[in-house]
Design a protein around this ligand. Structure first.
Ligand SMILES: Cc1cc2nc3c(=O)[nH]c(=O)nc-3n(C[C@H](O)[C@H](O)[C@H](O)COP(=O)(O)O)c2cc1C
Length: 500
């Protein structure tokens, strides 16, 4: 039997189960804080991962696997490196191995999902569909065991021939014996059949039969709600299934402090801690919101639940939980860190300089809160161009690979305008460019409490100054305007409705 050299021990462990959307970095770190020994990431599909580039994110101190559309598909950090298991969805041994090799230096273990009954997984021959193709299972697992340095595991469900009362388990037991022979380090067994849903009882007997048959560690799963409601129940479930370890999904999603020996922490405290990690690691706000909704569950109709439901940004989520100041402070620190990285000489980042001398620049940012929701600088600029019978403004936006921030240049009457501050999104960068154009022309830009719309009413402001927005007081970063190579994102005529 082949045994991987760099083994993560799967004996006697508390494990955070793989959960799509839930098992992202903030949740995994939180589960570790509360006592989980091993944390699985959400299932990530092989084809998606194979499009990703591994990027060291110096500002966040993370390693990111970034898709061509610039989405971070998998983000991890040193803190979890020895405890995180990467779960993939695959139906092909070669692809599986390519993914394992892509991530193996950043994770502690590689897992193959063989239990997901959802159509998006099974129709590609992945997840639970694999259970009816033992030859493929064998090929995938033995290829991984031979080809990766990390311990390989898989997560299965029990097979349909199981009859709980008579313990007719031949199919499941012969499958797991075959799986064990591939040399995997452990196997997680969700004690339900493929067509069963969480409301069906989990079969502790089936998991136990597997545990008594195999010599590798068996990880019992499926106990949330009926068996596992608190920390002590985890050990009871382990004993009832005679398993080596227990993997918890829903109970941990509802309150990750379930792993805490001393008992669970109040949900409010847990959610705050979760949010702090989410902000610190720049988690996408929709994912943060989803996870918080799972925790709030029956309190979604509470005033806090309503605020969460309405939140459209990480900042608004923070404000709903009384963490507005924390958000400000953390994003300021992150911006400063990014600034320092950017201040490194262009030679360090091997970017040729670009002549930007003909562009009018100011250090401004678009702060939504300072503008009326119906009027944005882009709208004002478009309106002004129409009135002056000028061609529509043309925005060209670039993204800097180093930190993936955006900068937009707007061209109006053959003159280019640009903010020297980089933004988190293309939309914000375009608004900032529009502000530079409007301010340098002394035009109204739609700020709240701004004087009437007449042209040339505002006093001209000197370039590189901004009077209103505190964030715009940030220093212009040396060399930031000549960073290359840029990833050109968009160039085209402004549509009156776009981005508003
Ligand atoms: C929101 C959610 C997402 C899930 N995503 C995955 C997944 O990505 N991979 C996987 O193998 N199982 C996934 N599962 C199944 C769980 O890992 C687990 O097998 C199941 O919930 C039973 O465990 P429990 O009783 O502790 O909840 C998911 C479950 C939930 C609730």
């Amino acid at each position: 039997m082949i045994v991987n050299s760099l083994s993560l021990c799967y004996h006697n462990k508390l494990i955070l189960a793989p959960m799509v959307r839930v098992g992202t970095l903030p949740m995994r770190l939180l589960a570790l804080d509360y006592g989980a020994d091993i944390v699985y990431c959400e299932e990530l599909i092989d084809l998606k991962m194979l499009q990703c580039k591994r990027v060291v994110n110096e500002a966040l101190s993370t390693v990111d696997f970034v898709a061509p559309d610039d989405r971070v598909v998998f983000r991890t950090c040193e803190r979890e490196q020895s405890r995180v298991v990467f779960q993939m969805g695959t139906s092909d041994a070669e692809r599986a191995l390519a993914v394992a090799r892509l991530v193996e230096n950043d994770v502690a273990g590689i897992d193959v999902n063989m239990g997901c009954p959802k159509e998006y997984s099974t129709k590609g021959g992945m997840g639970a569909a694999l259970l009816s193709d033992p030859d493929k299972i064998e090929k995938i697992l033995s290829t991984l065991v031979k080809g990766t340095q990390r311990p390989v595991t898989c997560k299965i469900r029990i097979l349909p021939s199981v009859k709980i009362l008579h313990l007719k388990l031949e199919d499941t037991l012969s499958l797991v014996k075959r799986i064990e022979r591939t040399g995997i380090a452990a196997i997680a067994v969700h004690g339900r059949k493929r067509e069963e849903r969480p409301q069906h009882p989990v079969s502790c007997e089936a998991i136990k039969a597997v545990a008594e048959t195999l010599s590798i560690p068996v990880i019992a799963n499926g106990g949330s709600h009926d068996h596992i409601q608190g920390y002590l129940d985890i050990e009871d479930f382990r004993q009832a299934t005679a398993a080596s370890s227990v993997m918890v999904a829903r109970a941990a999603m509802w309150n990750p402090s379930i792993f805490l020996k001393e008992g669970p922490r109040p949900l409010e405290e847990v959610m705050q801690k979760y949010i702090r990690y989410a902000v610190q690691y720049d988690n996408h706000y929709t994912n943060t919101k989803y996870c918080l909704c799972q925790m709030l569950r029956e309190h979604l109709e509470s005033p806090q639940g309503r605020l969460l439901h309405a939140a459209q940004s990480s900042q608004e989520i923070c404000e709903a939980f009384g963490l507005g100041a924390f958000y400000e402070e953390t994003t300021r620190e992150l911006d400063a860190r990014r600034g320092k990285l950017l201040a490194r000489s262009p030679e360090e980042v091997e970017e040729p300089a670009e002549d930007t001398s003909g562009i009018i620049k100011m250090a401004v940012k678009f702060d939504r809160r300072a503008y009326s929701p119906q009027i944005t600088p882009k709208m004002c600029l478009l309106e002004w161009c129409r009135r002056e019978k000028l061609a529509q403004p043309v925005y060209e936006t670039v993204q800097r690979p180093l930190d993936r921030l955006f900068c937009s240049v707007v061209t109006v009457a053959e003159q280019k305008y640009q903010s020297t501050l980089w933004d988190k999104s293309k939309k914000l960068a375009e608004q900032a460019a529009a502000i530079v154009c409007l301010r340098s022309q002394g035009l109204p830009e739609g700020r709240l409490r701004e004087e009437g719309p007449s042209l040339h009413k505002r006093k001209r402001e000197a370039p590189d100054q901004d009077t209103g927005d505190p964030r715009a007081q940030e220093p212009v970063l040396p060399g930031e305007l000549c960073k290359k190579p840029f990833l050109a994102l968009a160039s085209g005529k402004e549509s009156p409705l776009e981005g508003w």
